[in-house]
Design a protein around this ligand. Structure first.
Ligand code: CP
Length: 313
């Protein structure tokens, strides 16, 4: 199939075929990344701007690496050292940058909808690297790739997303992506962390983490957003860990193997026991590794690359 999207704003509305094309393309790039010189000329002559208005380690560095591995020219914009501090608007910022001739924009922003807004300001392709509480589509895709690597098919796989679903862009991209691929998704957390939209996702909701563990093949454990603690959404970190923290003892009590994902950064000892994050149950670093190939695939397909098979010609 051909990839006919100009932008990647979210996984909502993506078909199984579109997601499979991205994952298959990422598999081809994994082979490139395993070579002694992990670089191809695919995006030579293309210019990518990475606009980060919020902190990031994994997403920013993996986009930069993906761009370098594809031989694109890339420029990094950090809001804290830009004219945004002098009051320049997002529209003016991107229009001035595009006036210097660019092809793609990667944006992370605290405001949901900022990537969509950019598509109305410029002609470049826009990739959402996380917008507010909306979506984080490349995180969703790298999670899917990591699970497909392990389970071969996502059809029928039971994935429980545990934590602050209401405020999580990672959760939304996972829900849309997993459901498109035929997986079963459940949510788990205290009632204050379950959004009203959960009804329309038609996902089971567990308010006891042991029930989620008993149900799931995979736990995708979300970061507790400590910056929201002041809103009183949960009593304390210690209480959250006691009630919802993923621990080896809980997994052993369930007497089953459960695969653990976490998008990072981890609050060790809060949403997950520190030792468990590095254990045989965890695919957390596989997720990070897959992030580079997934972002190469997205950059390639949005730059006009059409098919995964074209890469091996
Ligand atoms: N998973 C994720 O988005 O991590 P960063 O905030 O470090 O990019």
């Amino acid at each position: 199939m051909e990839f006919n999207r100009k932008h990647l704003l979210g996984l909502e509305g993506f078909s199984k075929e579109e997601i499979t094309l991205i994952l298959d393309t990422a598999e081809s790039f994994k082979e490139v990344l395993s070579r002694p010189i992990p670089k191809v000329p695919t995006l030579r002559g293309k210019t990518v701007v990475n606009l980060f208005f919020e902190p990031s380690t994994r997403t920013r560095i993996s986009f930069e690496l993906a761009e370098k591995r594809l031989s694109a020219d890339s420029v990094n914009f950090t809001a804290s050292s830009s004219s945004v501090l002098k009051g320049e608007t997002l529209r003016d910022t991107i229009r001035n940058i595009e006036a210097m001739s660019i092809d793609l924009v990667v944006i992370r922003h605290r405001a949901a909808g900022a990537p969509k807004f950019l598509t109305q300001c410029v002609d470049s392709a826009v990739i959402n690297a996380g917008d507010g509480q909306h979506e984080h589509p490349t995180q969703g895709l790298l999670d899917l790739l990591t699970l497909r690597d392990k389970f071969k098919s996502l059809e029928g796989l039971k994935v429980a997303i545990v934590g602050d679903i209401a405020h999580s862009r990672v959760a939304r991209s996972n829900i849309y992506g997993l459901q498109a691929m035929g997986a079963q998704v459940a949510l788990c957390g205290p009632p204050t962390f379950i959004p009203v939209e959960a009804e329309q996702w038609e996902t089971p909701v567990f308010y006891h983490v042991d029930d989620a563990i008993a149900w799931a093949d995979v736990l995708n454990v979300l970061r507790i957003q400590l910056e929201r603690q002041h809103r009183g959404l949960f009593p304390s970190n210690r209480e959250y860990h006691r009630l919802f923290g993923i621990t080896r003892q809980r997994l052993e009590r369930a007497k089953k193997d459960v695969t653990i994902l976490h998008p990072g950064p981890i609050n060790r000892g809060i949403e997950i026991e520190s030792e468990l994050a590095d254990s045989e149950f965890s695919l957390i670093l596989n997720q990070v590794t897959n992030g580079v190939a997934v972002r190469m695939a997205v950059l390639y397909l949005l730059s006009g690359g059409q098919t995964e098979s074209e890469l091996s010609e």
